[in-house]
Structures are given as structure tokens and as C-alpha cells.
Design a protein around this ligand. Structure first.
Ligand code: ATP
Ligand code: MG
Length: 183
């Protein structure tokens, strides 16, 4: 299991100023009044793990995750989210080698996203694969959005199977096989 250690946001949705949160082992609660940005935080986590659907981010296009301005502050053209990971259990692929990992996703208005792991440019796919084996990731069943429980009850058998595969930690294996077959 990969442990999240910190989350840093800048220009992401309502988090216009750089904001860093330390994530301690164990249970973390996020509390605050309506509209203060609790869901935006979870979406930042989902986004940095490689979410590609703007709809999953409650937006029309991916640029909508960039701070869009308020009556008192102008919009930004850049958003960046960093997630720190404790990889001391060695779950991450060996090429990343270190106990501490930092995954960064950045988006520039009209330019799309770029990703880095420990400062090295990587593909979106590399980030998605990093999380796929550890039963985390943008689409993991660990992130339960509103309505998802009902959707699971009504799901087709194939959809339920992919959930079980993910729970068993083998979905990364399938993704890699698919990648290998394409080469
Ligand atoms: P609730 O308790 O109602 O679920 P919440 O704490 O989950 O609220 P969020 O949905 O995370 O709140 O935050 C909503 C706020 O984020 C709104 O004020 C919205 O205007 C703001 N917001 C969302 N996207 C952007 C953006 N791109 N730029 C600026 N503000 C944004
Ligand atoms: Mg919310």
C-alpha cells in the first residue's frame, strides 16, 4: 500500500494560493462549511493520480480545474497539484527507486497536462500505472463519489468484475499487458 504524505495545490479550483496539507498515517477527516473546498481537495487527489475525465472533476473541460477568478481576484492560467508518497514498502516500480516519491501534475490553459515523478517528466500512463497496482488511483474504489453505491448495485457483470480485479490488485497487470500487446 502506498501512503499519501502530503498534498500541495496551487491555482487548482478554489485553492488559488499555494496550499500544503500533511497527510498523517491513519484516518484523515476534512471538515468545513459548504463550499469551502472539501470536494475540491478530493478531486485534486484524483486529478494528480491521472484522471482524464473533466466530468469526474465536475467541469466541462479540463481547463476548468484552473482557478477561474472571483470578483476580487483574476483567473489563473496554471494549476499544479503535488502528492507526496511514502514508498518505504517498495510498492512502486523499481525505476522510481526511492522511499519518498513526489508526483506532480500541471496544467496550462489551452496547453494540456504534464506530469513529473521525482522531478522527471513522465507520461500520464506512468502515473496511472504507479497507482493502479496499489489499489489507489483516480478511478479506484477507494474513492467513492455520491451515487456510486447505487451504480454498483445496478452494474453489469463486466463492470463488477473490473472492480473485483482492482480489489485484488491485478488491474495494473492487465494495463501493462495491454500496453505490451500494443507495441
Ligand atoms: P459541500 O459541503 O457543499 O459539499 P465543499 O466543501 O465540498 O462543499 P467544493 O465543492 O469543494 O465545496 O467547493 C466549491 C467551491 O469551489 C465553490 O465556491 C466554487 O465556486 C469553487 N470552485 C470550483 N471550481 C473553481 C474554479 N475553477 N475556480 C474558482 N473557484 C472554483
Ligand atoms: Mg462537497
Amino acid at each position: 500500500m502506498i501512503q499519501f504524505t502530503k498534498l500541495r495545490l496551487a491555482g487548482f479550483k478554489s485553492f488559488v494560493d499555494a496550499t500544503e496539507l500533511l497527510i498523517e498515517p491513519g484516518l484523515t477527516g476534512v471538515v468545513g462549511p459548504n463550499g469551502c473546498g472539501k470536494s475540491n481537495l478530493i478531486e485534486a487527489l484524483r486529478w494528480v493520480m491521472g484522471e482524464t475525465s473533466a466530468r469526474q472533476m465536475r467541469g466541462g473541460e479540463m481547463d476548468d480545474v484552473i482557478f477561474g477568478g472571483t470578483s476580487s481576484r483574476p483567473a489563473r492560467n496554471l494549476a499544479e497539484v503535488l502528492v507526496g508518497l511514502d514508498n518505504s514498502a517498495g510498492v512502486a516500480p523499481p525505476q522510481y527507486g526511492t522511499a519518498e516519491l513526489e508526483v506532480v501534475r500541471r496544467i496550462e490553459r489551452g496547453q494540456g497536462s504534464s506530469y513529473r515523478i521525482n522531478g522527471r517528466d513522465v507520461r500520464a500512463r506512468d502515473v496511472q500505472l504507479l497507482f493502479a497496482d496499489s489499489a489507489t488511483g483516480a478511478r479506484s474504489s477507494g474513492l467513492v463519489s455520491q451515487g456510486r453505491v447505487g451504480a454498483l448495485i445496478n452494474a453489469k457483470p463486466a463492470e463488477r468484475r473490473s472492480l473485483l480485479e482492482e480489489a485484488a490488485g491485478i488491474s495494473g497487470l492487465y494495463s501493462r499487458r495491454h500496453e505490451a500487446e500494443l507495441r
